[in-house]
Design a protein around this ligand. Structure first.
Ligand code: KG4
Length: 369
């Protein structure tokens, strides 16, 4: 079965065609990052307008790239930015109706956890079939989400831990903004940190807080404290550090190349220390989550899963727990249509008439239905 997937939940207009849930025949992503850069973050109205302008071309390119007829259309209906989701959802409904094929509405976070199972046409898949990897533990870690998910069987999801405030990607992006590194910050922080650690391997890092939620706060979320993170204390600690050391952001004197970016060694030190706090928070909660079940795989997805230190540390965590780590190819870590089309092959809980009636659902929960 060949499915077209459409994704417009945030700042990527994306479409892809996937055969039998895993083989990617075409994958087109138009990123709006340059449009949002001047504002230091995603502006929903700008995102929506850009999706409207690009959606036909992106979908057309995905269809002609695949060069085959499609059996169904899948689309992200949440969570995400409402004005952005609506564009993809309406395009998908119109296309499915005009082609006379079924429509499947997909949860964006669940779709991120499908990315390790995708492979390009002509390649040999590196991961086993999704149904053979369950029970699995999933971690979707991106600009909008940081959530640990129990998957007893493929297509069934239960949230067991999450961030109580910012997502990890948001914490990266806000720090980058504060330090004058621009938007988005994740990749820059990753590269600067790697260069710093290579050049100063013995330099002790600044002990920023490791994302532990305050006592009692997790009870509000109804989740165990050991599986939740909170990055608000970490962000405040960074702000205080900058306030006590204003020269960090006021002067670029002594700047050097760290991973392709001109920053002072002092800023690179702060950046590497901040990243490490996030990475250790993620690693610590993952360790705790892995101890709770007997998992056949740990499935990692989302934009932050591209982070080289996240990958390296989680590789060690999984190897110590004797649980295979499944990660997406770098090009599938960010938002894309292939993950939407792929998951729709396995999970069609919002299909038939219900899909055509589905509204954009900005706060859609994982594991519904
Ligand atoms: O998955 P994604 O494209 O969009 C959402 O669904 O949110 O993730 C985007 C996020 C941004 O916050 C970006 O800064 C972060 O992923 N990101 C990274 C890296 N590459 C992208 N964070 C850390 N290290 C990276 N290498």
């Amino acid at each position: 079965m060949t499915i077209l997937g459409i994704e417009t939940s945030c700042d990527e207009t994306a479409a892809a065609v996937v055969r039998d849930g895993r083989e990617v025949l075409s994958n087109v992503v138009y990123t709006q990052i340059p449009l949002h850069q001047p504002y230091g973050g995603v502006v929903p109205e700008i995102a929506s307008r850009a999706h409207v302008e690009k959606i036909s071309q992106v979908v057309g390119d995905a269809l002609s790239g695949a060069g085959t007829k499609i059996d169904a259309v899948a689309v992200t209906y949440g969570p995400g930015l409402s004005p952005a989701l609506i564009v993809g959802l309406n395009a998908a409904k119109g296309l499915a109706k005009s082609l006379g094929v079924p429509l499947v509405a997909i949860n964006h976070i669940e779709a991120h956890l499908h990315t390790p199972f995708l492979y390009d046409s002509g390649e040999t898949p590196s991961a086993a079939a999704p149904e053979d990897c369950c029970p699995a533990l999933g971690l979707a870690v991106s600009g909008g989400n940081t959530v640990w998910i129990d998957m007893p069987e493929y297509g069934k999801y239960e949230v067991i831990g999450e961030t109580l405030d910012d997502a990890a990607g948001e914490a990266f992006d806000k720090a980058a903004k504060l330090l004058g590194l621009g938007y988005p910050g994740g990749l820059k922080i990753d590269r600067i940190s790697a260069a710093f650690r290579e050049r100063f391997p013995n330099e002790p890092l600044i002990p920023f807080p490791k994302g532990r939620p305050r006592d009692g706060v997790t009870a509000l979320a109804g989740l165990p404290a050991e599986l939740c993170v909170s990055f608000s204390g970490l962000k405040t600690a960074l702000l205080r550090h900058v306030q006590h050391n204003p020269s960090l952001v006021e002067s670029k004197e002594g700047a050097q190349d760290f991973g392709g970016y001109d920053v002072t060694p002092e800023v690179a030190h702060v950046v590497a220390s901040y990243q490490e706090a996030i990475v250790q928070a993620i690693a610590d909660r993952t360790r705790a989550a892995l101890r709770r079940g007997s998992y056949r795989a740990f499935v990692l997805g989302g934009g932050v899963s591209l982070n080289s230190r996240v990958r390296a540390v989680l590789t060690k965590v999984c190897s110590a727990a004797h649980v295979p780590l499944l990660m997406a190819k770098p090009k599938f870590t960010g938002d894309n249509g292939a993950m939407v089309a792929g998951l729709a092959f396995y999970r069609r809980n919002v299909s038939g008439d219900a899909a055509f009636r589905a509204d954009a659902s900005p706060s859609l929960q994982v594991g519904l239905a």
